[in-house]
Design a protein around this ligand. Structure first.
Ligand code: SF4
Length: 144
């Protein structure tokens, strides 16, 4: 049976004003321990559900793009070990625009991520600020 896996990363830089998600600022130092716990949980769920393939994996949050490429790679390896990925599986990382760099995007790609989901919320800096978002709209002249 093919399934979709959702994996939650609860770390954020700051709490947005409207946020009801399970997300916590100032705890990124726990990321390695959290990934280790997720690996154990994935293994336990694989025993419970039996032979399933992951057709999709969505790593959401929180702010998964606070993780390093190495941490994302470790997480995907653990997911794959418990739920083998179907050929052409869609592997999504939810990205906060305020945390993206060319370097971490390349590292996520190398770790196996093949889709990025971006939260935009608003296209006006005044609203982004009011919402407590950490990013602002890029200068349109600088966007190619
Ligand atoms: S970045 Fe997302 S998960 Fe984190 S506090 Fe803001 S809305 Fe919540």
């Amino acid at each position: 049976m093919d399934i979709g896996l959702y994996i939650h990363i609860p770390f954020c830089i700051q709490k947005c004003a409207y946020c009801d998600f399970a997300s916590f600022p100032g705890m990124l130092q726990s990321a390695d321990a959290y990934i280790e716990a997720l690996s154990l949980e994935l293994r336990a769920q694989a025993e419970r559900f039996g032979a399933c393939r992951a057709a999709t994996v969505f790593v959401g949050g929180g702010t998964p793009t606070l993780l390093t490429g190495v941490q994302v790679g470790r997480l995907l390896d653990a997911a794959r070990a418990s739920f083998p990925f179907a050929p052409g599986a869609e592997i999504t990382l939810e990205g906060n625009p305020g945390t993206l760099t060319r370097e971490n995007l390349r590292a996520y790609r190398a770790a196996g991520v093949n889709r990025l989901s971006l939260g935009m919320q608003a296209a006006q800096d005044v609203l982004l600020e009011r919402l407590g978002r950490i990013h602002r709209m890029p200068d349109r002249k600088s966007v190619v």
